[in-house]
Design a protein around this ligand. Structure first.
Ligand code: OXD
Ligand code: MN
Length: 629
């Protein structure tokens, strides 16, 4: 080891931890940790290897230092984030860009030197009096073409413990790396704490150094801003994927079970809090992952892996009926970290759990009573709308057997879905790969939710549900998807779903369980087992197939009237959407590929033609006569 780093490391590492670090013969790693120590000046550093003892130490520390408190059920703990630290901070998450680099108007960036000076300033001395924890993880299955190694230094035992549930261990991977500098680094400090929560959230920053594969996060605890290998590393992975010709996506991966025992693998991109986890957890299907996927073209086939190994899930509306598997885990002994729920007598309570919540307890505001209000006079909800649970996949009864396959699983279908009250039909298939990428993925819109700070219910553009994390110019990101398809012999089919369509009284057309039917229909389409009706926006199911699937999957009747109401092509709404999307790309995305506008143009022409023939609202049966594919 170079003497320059050794002296720095020796200031905070005892012999045992120093030995664990030097067993990894990696100068860039040593430099990163020495720099973190010099900047943040922790009292001590714990280097966590993959050993059970080390992992248990982190879990214990989280309770000892008050980052987590045990709950009544064995293995369950609660962590609270500060009152104003309850979601991803989009405004203060920025890319550090060197002079001359422009990521485009839709990506939040700051000059690299200015940003580094600011965030490093906030990190200075931030760990005084505390222990820093060093954790190593592997993104994707270990020792595979997909694997990326990552190291995080954090002073939050909650963050380090969460990562333990969420990722595959990576100390062994770092041994394999030897002296290679090809890994992600994340430095996090919760900053000054008051009552165990970050005190200076006005100085909360998440800065992504795209030049250096490094992320800095400070003055925050909320997992989406701090858990290094979730959305922080996703932003780095998107750059790496852009360089190396693959895709890093905000997607679940799941196996849909079809006739004769076949398993068909789907990935799906939905903005946060729009049904992504609950789709991946559909009863009767098997889960590989619920949030982040890497896709590679291998021998002409799209292969996909789950980057993670656990779920940092939104707990709101998890109940025994709609989410039996998760509910089972959350109500039985085993390792679960709850965050920002209401706690009363050692029990966690959350919104939509299917029972009445107590009128008082401890929550993200401290001691809470029904009727308590915030500074603006707004009632404080008993549990936060973005309250979470963190669990490892290994405890799930519906885990797919191929979750660790180093070659990934074949991606046969891709699903895009947002929170859309009035435009898209519940499910449709794109006309081809480019049509799906452009009109479904890149044109996805969604109404905002509690997963990011800011007003809820506002319609926003959410290309591939990944805009919050895209770290290359958007037009190039779209082009990368088009190119990816071109490398495949048979690209996955692309579908768009909409679980949030409402009637004229503002009520949802569909129940939560209906998505199970859409999934079965998509599975059948992948194998050409059912026909569809080709409309200008995509191919939609035939009524008879859905009626049969509703009976088979949900033992429910699905009437022709329901079908007509749900699958009517809403032409004015679709035209307005095209207009919005075209304006965004023409105004803000200078590098948009020309085929993008051509495809929108063709869709517009198809819609205008249908409008002339059938009026504003065209029933699927009207298209049925035209063409069945
Ligand atoms: C998440 C998010 O936590 O997208 O997965 O916010
Ligand atoms: Mn997510």
């Amino acid at each position: 080891m170079s003497e320059a780093y050794e002296a720095g490391l020796r200031t905070a590492l005892d012999d045992e931890n120093f030995a664990k670090l030097t067993a990894l013969r990696n100068p860039k790693l040593h430099q990163f940790i020495a720099d973190a120590i010099e900047r943040c000046t922790p009292d001590s550093v714990f280097v966590c290897t993959d050993s059970e003892d080390d992992v248990a130490y982190v879990r214990r520390r989280a309770v000892e230092i008050g980052d987590e408190t045990p709950l009544a059920i064995e293995g369950h703990t609660i962590h609270f984030d500060g009152f104003r630290d309850q979601a991803r901070d989009k405004a203060n998450t920025k890319y550090l860009v060197p002079p001359g680099v422009d990521l485009g108007a839709n990506l939040n960036s700051i000059g690299r030197n200015e940003g580094l000076a600011e965030v490093r300033g906030y990190l200075k001395g931030s760990m005084v009096g505390r222990e820093a924890i060093v954790r190593f993880f592997c993104l994707g299955p270990t020792d595979s073409a997909f694997s990326i190694s990552g190291v995080q230094v954090t002073d939050s035992a909650y963050v380090a413990h969460s990562e333990d549930l969420l990722y595959r261990t990576g100390y062994g991977e770092f041994k394999r790396l030897q002296d290679s500098g090809d890994f992600f680094r994340v430095l996090h400090s919760a900053g000054e704490l008051k009552d165990s929560v970050s005190a200076n959230v006005d100085k909360r920053r998440v800065y992504v150094d795209i030049e250096d594969d490094c992320v800095y996060s400070v003055n925050t605890q909320y997992g989406g801003n701090t858990i290094g290998f979730k959305k922080l590393a996703l932003r780095l992975a998107i750059r790496k994927a852009d360089r190396d010709g693959w895709l890093a996506e905000h997607m679940f991966v799941m196996g849909a079970h079809g006739p004769g025992g076949r398993v068909t693998y789907f990935t799906g991109a939905f903005p946060s809090a729009c049904g992504k986890t609950s789709t991946a957890m559909l009863p009767g299907e098997t889960i590989i992952g619920d949030d982040i996927a890497y896709l590679r073209a291998i021998d002409g086939q799209a292969r996909v892996v789950n980057v993670e190994y656990g779920i940092f899930g939104i707990i709101r509306d998890v109940n025994p009926e709609d989410d039996p598997v998760i509910n089972e885990i959350l109500t039985n002994p085993g390792e679960v970290i709850f965050s920002n729920v209401l706690v009363k007598d050692g029990r966690p309570y959350w919104l939509g759990m299917g029972c009445e919540l107590p009128g008082e307890g401890t929550n993200y505001s401290g001691q809470w009573r029904a009727g308590n209000t915030d500074d603006a006079g707004k009632a404080i909800s008993p549990a936060h709308g973005n309250a979470r649970y963190t669990v490892s996949l290994k405890n799930l009864s519906n885990l797919d057997s191929r979750v660790d396959d180093p070659a990934g699983v074949p991606a046969q279908g891709i699903v895009y879905g947002g929170r859309d009250s009035d435009t898209w039909v519940p499910v449709q298939q794109s006309l081809d790969w480019a049509h799906g990428v452009i009109t479904m993925g890149a044109s996805l819109e969604s109404e905002t939710t509690a997963a990011a700070l800011g007003q809820e219910g506002v319609r926003t553009h959410q290309p591939m549900s990944n805009l919050d994390f895209v770290s290359v110019p958007l037009g190039r990101y779209v082009q990368n998807h088009l190119d990816f398809g071109a490398r495949l012999e048979k690209p996955p089919l692309i579908f768009a779903v909409n679980y949030f369509l409402k009637n004229q009284h503002g009520e949802y057309f569909n129940g939560m369980a209906d998505k199970g039917v859409w999934m079965k229909w998509m599975e059948l389409r992948v194998h050409g087992d059912v026909d569809a009706i080709r409309t200008p926006t995509g191919s939609v199911p035939m009524y008879a197939d859905l009626a049969r699937l509703f009976r088979e999957v949900l033992s429910a009747e699905y009437t022709q009237e329901q079908y007509n109401e749900q699958f009517v092509l809403r032409i004015p709404e679709n035209l307005a959407k095209l207009e919005r999307i075209e304006t965004i790309y023409r105004t803000d995305v200078p590098d948009t590929p020309e085929v993008f506008f051509e495809t929108l143009g063709a869709q517009r022409a198809g819609l205008a033609d249908a409008q002339k023939r059938y009026g504003d609202y065209a029933a699927p049966s009207q298209f049925h006569e035209e063409s069945v594919s």
